[in-house]
Ligand binder design. Structure first.
Ligand code: V47
Ligand code: SF4
Length: 380
């Protein structure tokens, strides 16, 4: 129940709309950011997530491959790039090396590999097609969620292929879906300041629209809590909501909290936990056509991810192993982000929710509502 005594008439009207299952406007979204308390937005967002998913919290069993941390771009928030020129720590994996990483999971009940990395000038479309083919030849049922729109934009332009041609080529090689990275903030006023040289909003949206048209699902992100204003967050989500109305191809929206260690924006303070929770909640309220809102725990930290489950979040990604470096290098809580299934299930249960293992496309694999201590031994 929302305590309504001190709530403005405008906020009461938003609450009434949300309860009636109606869409809120941009102005109303902005009003939530500017004037609503975390409790107010949290309660509304929770109502929506429970209407959609009851008490379920989804997770999957996945691992990451990062082919390289060498990148031709120079996003100011990135603690990961420019290693090429400045440090010794750059890496480039061969197809054999990446296949070796896949083989480490032989016999383990992993359902997804998430492949994403820097944009290396020498790793081209053919190289990545060969990688996908090699993975599928070894483990055909493994779902390959690979490459951000930033990587696609670069590899297709280099190969002189249209977005549709390039995506068809990679689908043929084994691509199954597209992660949500590279979106950052779409509005040009901010994009020019934080990541001027990579694909713009129109390019990012075109890649996802084309993927949806070709039958792939994808995710979307926002990098929030730095120099953007609330208007830019609403603008970003409006573009996604509009595309989703057209295609219905997005599965999940993932707000990514800006972390400020070791990058060119280290002077910019990070958002507070209360601000983070408001971001999740307002995303859940505004993006009425997105089935899922994900809290990416390696960046947010386990306890805050647990808290987010009361602010509209119904997904906490997967049992990632420590190959994910983009956040640990930018100062996230989780320096070696890995959680066993037992730990994930416990974390979700402690928040009063029902853990459900899913595959990448949200087909339910196992509901842990009744899973007890006796299952712990075999779950990892
Ligand atoms: O686009 C880079 C972000 C993203 C920082 O689709 C940073 O399931 C915070 O998109 N502080 C890539 N964030 C990762 C990504 C992702 C992650 C997990 C799951 C999925 C999915 C997608 O990482 C980049 C950028 O927005 N990032 N540097 C930083 N300093
Ligand atoms: Fe490169 Fe991605 Fe880092 Fe930007 S965020 S510099 S595109 S690795």
């Amino acid at each position: 129940m929302i305590e309504t005594t001190h709530i403005s008439a405008d906020l009461k009207q938003i609450a009434a709309k949300v309860k009636a299952g109606q869409r809120i406007t941009d102005e109303e979204g902005l009003l939530l950011f500017n004037t609503a308390s975390p409790g107010f937005v949290g309660s509304l967002a929770n109502e929506i997530r429970e209407r959609l998913h009851g008490h379920k919290v989804f997770f999957n069993r996945n691992f990451h491959i990062e082919p390289t941390n060498v990148c031709v771009f120079s996003c100011n928030f990135c603690a990961y790039s420019r290693l090429y020129a400045q440090r010794e720590e750059g890496w480039e994996l061969s197809i054999d090396q990446m296949l070796h990483l896949v083989k480490k999971y032989d016999g383990k009940p992993i359902t997804e590999v998430h492949i994403v990395g820097g944009v290396h000038p020498k790793m081209n479309l053919q190289f990545f097609a060969d990688l996908l083919k090699a993975i599928k030849a070894h483990r055909p049922e493994l779902h390959i969620k690979a490459f951000t729109a930033v990587e696609y934009d670069y590899m297709f332009r280099k190969a002189k292929m249209s977005v549709e041609e390039g995506l068809r080529f990679l689908i043929e090689a084994g691509l199954n879906s597209i992660p949500g990275g590279g979106a950052e903030i779409f509005h040009p006023e901010i994009r020019e300041k934080i990541c001027a040289d990579k694909v713009d909003a129109a390019g990012w949206l075109l890649i996802h629209e084309t993927a949806h048209k070709l039958g792939l699902h994808s995710n979307a992100t926002i990098l929030y809590g730095h120099i953007e204003k609330f208007e830019h967050r609403i603008d970003h989500m409006r573009r996604l909501r509009e595309l989703q109305d057209k295609t219905r191809g997005f599965n999940t929206f993932i707000p990514l909290k800006f972390r400020n260690k070791d990058n060119d924006m280290s002077h910019v303070p990070e958002s507070t936990v209360v601000q983070d929770m408001k971001m999740y909640a307002i995303a859940r309220i505004y993006l009425d056509n997105f089935p899922h809102i994900k809290a990416y725990w390696p960046m947010l930290g386990r306890q805050n991810a647990q808290l987010a489950l009361s602010f509209g979040v119904d997904d906490i990604d997967g049992t990632i192993d420590d190959s994910t470096k983009i956040y640990s290098m930018a100062g996230s809580e989780e320096q070696t982000p890995s959680m066993t299934t037992t730990e994930l299930v416990t974390l979700i249960k402690q928040a009063g929710r029902v853990p459900v293992e899913r595959d990448t496309l949200y087909n339910e694999i196992k509901n842990y509502s009744h899973a007890g201590q006796e299952e712990k031994a075999g779950m990892n």
